[in-house]
Design a protein around this ligand. Structure first.
Ligand code: TPP
Ligand code: SF4
Ligand code: MG
Length: 370
């Protein structure tokens, strides 16, 4: 058998351990002295991505601040499963805001701390996608525009889970929810223009914006640490699968979070003052079908009466992200953005997405590529 070098996966990877590294380089969760800001005993479903993401993110804030922190939490699963009165799983100063005003409450706390001369106490706002990009949108935009000294974290599970899986502005096209049933000629959620919150945050030119998934928890920790090195408004958007709402297996949470990035459907990147500064490249490009198939919210797309044309449209969305963020080292000609010889002919940003059968289909027409 040929010689094979031994690989020590615990160094240089995004896994939790890193026990072979110096103490100061190790992940927060590998430290037995970590705060456990969201501790055990809460009532999240098995495999809840939101619980996992929140624990890692807030422990990273705790480490960065030496525990001098206050969190304001919008109504939603994270609040409900962690604080059934009179119990709580939070081991940090924590306040429950309304569904729609967590950014404003966080701003108020930051202002109060400043007035008291306690700028050492850092403030975090957090909520689900509904609380963040729908009902809390105005408060959040104000927080960004004033550059208030708050880190806001959105845990995006792509629907209103706490109240029974209703559609939100972050629900992806074709997904079935309680309010976008899998019926009719175009089952599931409509293909709209989307509401891309990280890009909207970037448009405010705040000091720091990042996206992350619970598949790469070390990356999430590192981004929280980076966010805490800035003053002013910061935004982290974390992709968190929800087994209950998505009809996925509890033990597929990490797999789905990895696949969404490897397909290009969820670009993972960092931006400072409105400019992208780093992207996590796709390691092995995966067709969107592999991500969609294990989730019952997309079951109507498959089988004898499936909708392959809808899967193609979703693939086109992933491909647009791949081109937009240069997520592949070697971008195939077929995915080159406008301006290149091939891409110029493609309607990348159709004014009416509902009329656009698929960017891939148009590519095929104009270039003959398959
Ligand atoms: C003004 C107002 N409208 C509606 C509700 C009911 N409500 C509470 S949480 C929630 C959905 C939360 O969804 P999201 O923010 O995505 O968090 P998730 O539960 O998915 O983590 C809704 C509709 C409320 N509490 N207040
Ligand atoms: S419904 Fe979804 S988000 Fe809510 S606790 Fe269960 S898995 Fe987590
Ligand atoms: Mg949600």
């Amino acid at each position: 058998m040929p010689y094979q070098p031994i690989k020590f996966y615990q160094t240089g990877s995004f896994v939790v351990g890193n026990r072979l590294l110096d103490q100061n380089e190790r992940s927060v969760q590998s430290d037995t002295e970590r705060l456990n800001s969201l501790t055990s005993g809460h009532r999240a479903c098995q495999g809840c991505g939101e619980a996992l993401g929140a624990r890692y993110a807030l422990d990273a804030v705790a480490k960065a601040t030496g525990g001098r922190m206050i969190a304001a939490n919008a109504t939603g699963c994270l609040e409900v499963f962690s604080t059934p009165f009179p119990e709580t799983s939070w081991r940090i100063p924590w306040i429950h805001s309304l569904f729609g005003n967590a950014p404003a409450v966080a701003t108020g706390i930051a202002a109060a701390m400043h007035a008291k001369g306690r700028d050492d106490i850092r403030v975090v706002g957090q909520g689900g996608d509904g609380g963040t990009i729908d009902i809390g949108f105005g408060c959040l935009s104000g927080m960004f525009e004033r550059n208030d000294d708050v880190l806001y974290i959105c845990y995006d599970n792509e629907a209103y889970m706490n109240t029974g899986v209703q559609r939100s502005g972050a629900t992806p096209p074709a997904a079935r929810t309680a309010t976008t049933q899998a019926v009719g000629p175009n089952p599931g959620n409509v293909f709209g223009q989307g509401k891309d919150m990280p890009r909207i945050a970037m448009a405010h030119e705040i000091p720091y914006v990042a996206t992350a998934t619970v598949a790469e928890l070390r990356d999430l920790e590192a981004k929280v640490e980076r966010a805490m090195s800035f003053r002013g408004a910061r935004y982290i958007h974390v992709f968190v699968p929800c087994p209950l709402g998505w009809g996925s297996s509890s033990n597929d949470t990490i797999k789905l979070a990895r696949l969404v990035k490897e397909t290009g459907l969820f670009p993972v990147f960092e931006a400072e003052h409105g400019e992208v500064t780093a992207v996590s490249k796709i390691r092995r490009r995966i067709p969107v079908e592999e991500y969609l198939r294990p989730q019952r919210r997309y079951a109507h797309l498959f089988g004898e009466h499936g909708h392959p044309e809808t899967i193609e449209r979703i693939q086109a969305l992933a491909d647009r992200n791949i081109a937009r963020y240069a997520l592949l080292d070697d971008l195939p000609d077929s995915l080159k953005p406008p301006g290149s010889a091939v891409g110029r002919q493609v309607r990348w940003q159709s004014e009416d997405l509902s009329e656009q059968t698929s960017a891939m289909a148009i590519l095929t027409e104009t270039t003959g590529a398959h």
